[in-house]
Ligand binder design. Structure first.
Ligand code: NAG
Ligand code: NAG
Ligand code: NAG
Length: 802
């Protein structure tokens, strides 16, 4: 404990007089610190001077590992809350000293004896500093013989005011940089020489005012007062109270109080009960009950032309616990420095290149954030548009980082984004453009990176069934062997040669809570929703294959084998499998937006043309990959909207490939034959012609028409010539009446060129003669526009020529 040096009694009468004075007026009680005294960071017993009551102390406080702050703090509460500091910008090193010099100055010196800080502006006219004192009010003073203060810390505030302290015109509070960094921050509060009280952001690191986010206008006062009973107000020269900023129903007798311009720019009034019960509650957090913070929502108060806003660049501000502003990064971005969030956020991906050759807008997608906006970061504004127009405009523009869509208006925003805020009253939504992660290693389910490919299955490599059967036998032998090995341990493990997890039945039973939530049902399988405990609770779809079906085993192995090694953004990813006794299960990524069938036909409102085009293109790319790009050619054989799923971003993802040949086509064929209608199944199935990738092209063509028209290929309750979409579409195309297909789809109608192109591509795909149908590669190119689409013939010309 550092006690002030005892001042020799210079006269009993004087002393008595002083005592009387103190007792009568309740005036400041203090211990005088005589000239020549000093404090040192090296001397634990001489680091600070306490006030008489012990409530405040002045001296060195160690802050972090960084060094020492010459400060004033609340000294008899557990948190030694700092209310004033001299050297926040440059901490003092171990070995530094504070001296109260014989000529009455406070001087902070480095261990080398260099002056770091000195008490400026000691009033010098006539009288001399006789002593210093730490008063019980929290004011540290240099006083003359008559106890007139010549210098006081109350006159040089940092970021805090205490009861009885006033702020006069021209004086300011400067927020610290962060909660624990006392260096000058980005916010200031000043009682202007005009008398207006203003809170403003600065042109950090300079001090100039940048944006005033709160002002007392039109009220202007002579001083800002924090009075004894805890009211904070602007006062006129004649003492009149002009405007009360905050008032507490609590007095300094029961509470410690302080008001601080905090590092987040908010001016807050805190109280702390002096007589704590058994539990220390600390500085009140429910201060809002007594008085509003100023401003009440800083996130929405700052809208500056230059500078980042309440938070840093590319981040956004939202009011969270206790109404405190919190800085966050938008989805797809992360903090540049976790320990200094005000530095802002950076994208987690490589920005879009403006070089059209090397960049494809398909590589980007949007994260949606409701009620979020970055005002003043826009460079283009459009009206009377819909969301998909807005999306498209931003995707196709390499400058566009974020688009805001609100009530038919679209704003394109550029980086660095500023003034970001989450505001529940803002009805708009932010579309954050992010690069789609196409790398395998970052796949959330693929944390294990065993990429060895041992099994080279040619199962679906040949267009002819017979060859498949010949290849099937040795493949199954290999697979069986591998499965036996995989079953040795009960633990979850990885199938050798594939990047797949092997699950026990019990694990999947648990993951699906006993196969509780059914997602869908096919002829040979039921799909359940599940959660994998290992992968941070990732949702999965667990497909339980029917064990009664004899071909089940083959189907299972075929699918595991074929799918296990595919990887494309338009395919549903297989994560793992279970092959235990009679149980056969497959574990897939969970697709949050259901099937394309449901998307197209499920709801009363028509999905946007823009999204439909994206989906059509995505499926084409996925099929192209299955047919030509993956290591073993895969013919899906069951392309239909039920087998296309949509992920979080409504990206089309082809599901259920690899098993169709063995089983499902039988079923589809029967169904189609029963109905006697044109289904998704290519005609060659019925004609004993060799089955090739072109069967998928046919199915794709039918589905493409469904996507364009948002209706099923076969509908009964309509005019006969429209019942079969494929036929009607060709008729409309031939008669140059494509708009009939679109009903009231204004969005598509305004894009007739594309509609026509898509219909032409579809007609090419559904040619009866497989050899006339384009490859999926060509389909993709035609849809993308890199290859011209020629006029398609009548799909039935082949039959008629037979
Ligand atoms: C406090 O913040 C300032 C500004 O970023 C920085 O220069 C300084 O190093 C920080 N001080 C400490 C002790 O971290
Ligand atoms: C402090 O100011 C309030 C006005 O907000 C007033 O009611 C109160 O009496 C003042 N207290 C003292 C001790 O002057
Ligand atoms: C991911 O996309 C980038 C950009 O289009 C491309 O260069 C890269 O080859 C792709 N990676 C994979 C694994 O597909």
């Amino acid at each position: 404990m550092a006690l002030a040096p005892v001042v020799p009694c210079t006269g009993c009468i004087f002393l008595l007089f002083q005592w009387l004075l103190l007792a009568l007026t309740m005036a400041e009680t203090h211990r005088e610190i005589s000239l020549g005294s000093s404090l040192s960071t090296n001397d634990n017993h001489n680091m600070f001077w306490e006030s008489h009551s012990g409530e405040f102390a002045f001296g060195f406080q160690q802050v972090g590992k960084g060094g020492f702050l010459l400060a004033i703090w609340f000294n008899n509460i557990p948190e030694k809350t700092i209310v004033w500091s001299a050297n926040g910008n440059t901490l003092a090193k171990q070995g530094s000293k504070l001296e109260l010099t014989n000529n009455g100055l406070l001087v902070l010196k480095t261990p080398e004896g260099k002056q770091m800080w000195v008490s400026q502006g000691v009033a010098g006219s006539g009288s001399k500093v006789a002593h210093a004192a730490m008063l019980d009010t929290g004011n540290f003073v240099l006083a003359d013989q008559n106890s007139i203060n010549l210098w006081e810390s109350f006159g040089e505030p940092t970021d805090t005011l205490l009861p009885l302290q006033t702020l006069s015109q021209g004086k300011k509070l400067v927020a610290r940089y962060s909660d624990t960094n006392f260096s000058k921050g980005r916010f200031q509060l000043m009682l202007q020489p005009s008398g207006t009280l203003e809170f403003y952001t600065t042109t950090f690191p300079l001090d100039a005012a940048n944006y005033v986010y709160w002002s007392s206008k039109p009220v202007s006062g002579f001083q800002l007062v924090f009075n004894q009973s805890g009211s904070i107000y602007l006062q006129a020269k004649n003492g009149e109270i002009l405007s009360v900023l905050s008032s507490k129903p609590c007095t300094t007798q029961d509470f410690y109080q302080r008001v601080i311009l905090e590092y987040d720019g908010v001016f807050r009034h805190y109280v702390y009960p002096k007589n704590d019960g058994p539990e220390t509650i600390g500085w009140s957090k429910e201060w809002t009950h007594c008085s509003p913070s100023i401003p009440s929502n800083i996130c929405t108060s700052i809208r500056e032309d230059t500078g980042g806003g309440a938070c840093g660049f590319n981040s956004y501000c939202s009011l969270e616990n206790e109404q405190r502003p919190t800085c966050n990064c938008p989805n797809g971005y992360s903090f540049i420095d976790q320990n200094d969030v005000m530095k802002g956020c950076q994208p987690n991906f490589e920005a879009q290149s403006c070089d059209q050759e090397s960049e494809d807008e398909e590589n980007f997608n949007f994260n949606i954030m409701e009620n979020t906006d970055w005002p003043l970061s826009d460079y283009e504004h459009f009206q009377f548009v819909d969301e998909n127009w807005c999306r498209k405009a931003c995707l196709g523009d390499c400058f566009c980082a974020v688009a805001i869509f609100r009530n038919g208006e679209c704003w394109k925003k550029k980086t660095p984004l500023s003034n970001g805020k989450f505001d529940p009253n803002d009805e708009g939504k932010a579309l954050i453009k992010v690069r789609i992660d196409n790398s395998t290693s970052d796949h959330p389910h693929k944390k294990n990176d065993s990429i060895l490919v041992v099994i080279a299955s040619l199962l679906f490599g040949s267009p002819v069934f017979l060859i498949n059967v010949l290849v099937l036998i040795p493949t199954l032998v290999v697979l069986l062997h591998l499965y036996r090995k995989a079953k040795v341990s009960k633990q979850t493990q990885f199938m050798p040669g594939m990047n797949l997890q092997s699950f026990t039945y019990a694990e999947l039973e648990e993951a699906t809570s006993g196969f509780k939530e059914e997602l869908g049902r096919g002829a040979f399988a039921i799909v359940f929703k599940g959660v994998l405990p290992l992968d941070d609770g990732n949702l999965v779809a667990v497909k339980k294959l029917d064990n009664i079906v004899r071909e089940g085993e083959q189907e299972f192995k075929a699918e595991v084998n074929a799918i296990g090694r595919t990887n494309h953004k338009n395919l549903v990813q297989l994560i793992g499998f279970c092959n235990e006794e009679q149980h056969r299960l497959l574990v897939y990524e969970f697709m949050s937006n259901g099937s394309l069938a449901n998307f197209l036909f499920g709801s009363s409102s028509r999905p946007s043309w823009y999204q439909r085009k994206q989906i059509a293109l995505g499926i084409a790319r996925g099929l192209f990959y299955l047919h030509e790009e993956c290591s073993n050619q895969i013919i899906h054989c069951d392309i239909k909207p039920h087998n296309v799923l949509l992920d979080d971003f409504f990206t089309a993802r082809i599901a259920d490939f690899g098993l169709a040949k063995l089983l499902k086509t039988e079923q589809t064929r029967t169904m189609t034959a029963l109905r006697g209608t044109k289904g998704y199944v290519a005609p060659e199935w019925f004609r004993n012609l060799p089955v090739s990738v072109k069967v998928d092209v046919y199915s794709y063509g039918i589905m493409l028409l469904e996507i364009i028209c948002c209706r099923k290929n076969f509908e009964q309750e309509i005019e006969e010539d429209q019942m079969v979409l494929a036929d009607w579409a060709y008729d409309c195309y031939r008669d140059d009446q494509l708009s009939l297909l679109l009903k009231n789809d204004h969005e598509a109608m305004s894009d007739m060129g594309k509609v026509e192109k898509y219909v032409m591509v579809a007609i090419w795909c559904i040619q009866e003669d497989p050899s006339l149908r384009p490859t999926m590669k060509k389909v993709t190119q035609m849809l993308e526009g890199t290859v011209e689409v020629s006029i398609p013939p009548d799909p039935y010309s082949f039959i008629s020529s037979l």
